[in-house]
Design a binder for this molecule. Structure first.
Ligand SMILES: [Zn+2]
Length: 486
């Protein structure tokens, strides 16, 4: 479009490339593509920290008088503009989605986040929300596969990190309180079997008995590495043959270690958890201190994991789960899905005093159909479990409260779903065909056109626009006949 002949179509007179534009603000406008951007954190975003002399490339446009500016950079140039041509409209964005979505998610951004954790940071999500709104504004008879099961608005995913010998017993208190509030959680367990400079070994009886109790009481279990090193992000990948009998890692200090590899931390912790807990198949990982080596997706994939929760949502500017790129690069996705941490318990003044703030972040994500992940260390259960119960009781009823593993399995099946909507010879009828490789419950479709009836065991919501599918058996194709109201 930089060829002069297309300037009239896109509605600009000139453009200027730069790596020195750090802020973007959406303009007050009725244009439908910005309809989801209602909060201040969505109306303005940061593209990179001004500590860097140069950040991502942007094109700032000088618009034609007839074009409408939907967002501008801090130098006044247009970042997003639209131009009406006949019956149609064109949109022009002066940024690459690779830079404002993927670069944030693989954490190769120029520190674009405004907070590290515990705040609402939708800097990457806004572009996905613009695309969603664009599809809904201009798609004819559009259909969307909802991000949340059961026609609900959002999901609160609960987790605990067990990274100290005295964190096992209070875990049972959390599990009990969650059960009493119709919730559940995932416990990420450090399987520390060596003494080192950071702590003594603790992964043996009676801790393992407590862990088995957690599992039988309905909690799910993930790995939180072995030595929980702050230097994990600098570890070598390792051979992939690391095993309990020969892997002898040791923390030498806060962020240094000997004999430790990424494979060792990931693979041997799984080996121990799977071996010690009846019925356990460890497929969820969270790194100690949330330090992420670029080889983590590969080590997780090759060790049989499916899910990770080692980033913060603010740091990756994303509140939707996403496929973790291989090598945290730009070329291809790994098979691992990332569920970044939204709320944690350690930042001052502590989780118990931040419940109202946490609730606001959860509600902001719920507006977008995004999720919120809560991490509470189970080192004590008097203050923190009471605070968690307080949060659960204030949660609106259309926000699901569940453990991370259950939601992650839903997300994986949803992401891999094969589906199509086919028109029939009758204008008010269509057929939705759905096939899932994995068992999945609660898949929800949203329709632009109001529906009168559905078949195939699907449930229609009172708004006539959402249908919830019955449980799908793996590998089976299901056909659902849709009758529109008119
Ligand atoms: Zn930890």
């Amino acid at each position: 479009m930089f060829w002069g002949g297309l300037q009239n179509l896109f509605g600009f007179r000139s453009f200027a490339p730069s790596r020195k534009r750090y802020h973007l603000a959406f303009t007050a406008t009725k244009d439908p593509v910005t309809k989801y951007l209602n909060r201040p954190e969505e109306r303005e975003t940061q593209l990179g920290s001004d500590h860097f002399p140069e950040i991502i490339w942007s094109n700032g446009y000088v618009p034609d008088p007839g074009a409408e500016v939907l967002a501008h950079f801090e130098d006044g140039s247009a970042a997003l503009l639209t131009n009406s041509v006949g019956k149609g409209k064109v949109y022009l964005l002066g940024l690459s989605l690779l830079d404002v979505v993927l670069r944030n998610q693989n954490n190769r951004d120029y520190e674009a986040q405004r907070h590290y954790v515990n705040a609402f940071e939708p800097g990457a999500d806004v572009w996905l929300l613009v695309l969603r709104a664009w599809y809904e504004a201009y798609g004819k008879d559009w259909v969307r596969l909802s991000t949340i099961p059961g026609g609900q608005r959002s999901a609160l995913l609960l987790s605990h990190d067990v990274d100290w010998e005295n964190s096992f017993a209070p875990g049972l208190d959390f599990a009990r309180i969650e059960k009493a509030n119709q919730a559940s959680s995932t416990f990420f367990i450090q399987t520390k079997y060596v003494d080192d400079a950071n702590s003594k070994a603790f992964f043996f009886a009676p801790k393992i008995d407590l862990l088995r109790q957690l599992k039988t009481s309905g909690s799910t279990v993930g790995s939180h590495s072995i030595i929980h090193s702050r230097g994990f992000n600098k570890f070598e990948l390792g051979s992939g043959y690391e095993t309990y009998s020969s892997y002898q890692p040791r923390g030498l200090g806060f962020d240094t270690a000997s004999g430790a590899t990424v494979f060792g931390e990931v693979r041997v912790s799984k080996e121990l958890l799977d071996g010690e807990i009846p019925g356990q198949d460890t497929i969820f990982f969270r790194a100690g201190h949330l330090r992420v080596p670029i080889s983590l997706p590969e080590a997780l994939e090759r060790s049989g994991y499916q899910f990770d929760s080692s980033f913060t949502a603010d740091d990756v500017l994303s509140n939707f789960p996403f496929a973790l790129p291989r090598d945290l690069g730009f070329e291809e996705d790994s098979e691992i899905y990332e569920f970044p941490v939204t709320i944690e318990d350690e930042e001052s003044p502590g989780f118990a005093k931040r419940v109202p703030q946490a609730l606001q972040v959860i509600l902001a994500n719920a507006e977008n159909g995004a999720v919120s992940v809560v991490l509470i260390h189970s080192n004590e259960s008097i203050l923190k479990a009471a605070a968690e119960q307080d949060l659960l009781r204030q949660l609106p009823s259309d926000i699901i409260k569940t453990d991370m593993l259950t939601f992650a399995k839903f997300w994986r099946a949803r992401d891999r779903l094969q589906w199509s909507l086919t028109a029939t010879s009758v204008p008010t009828e269509a057929v939705l065909q759905v096939k899932s490789a994995e068992p999945v419950t609660g898949l929800t479709f949203e329709f632009q056109r109001p529906i009168a009836t559905v078949t195939g065991g699907a449930t229609m919501f009172p708004d006539n626009r959402h249908i919830v599918l019955p449980e799908l058996a793996p590998g089976h194709s299901v056909s659902i006949h849709i009758n529109y109201l008119h």
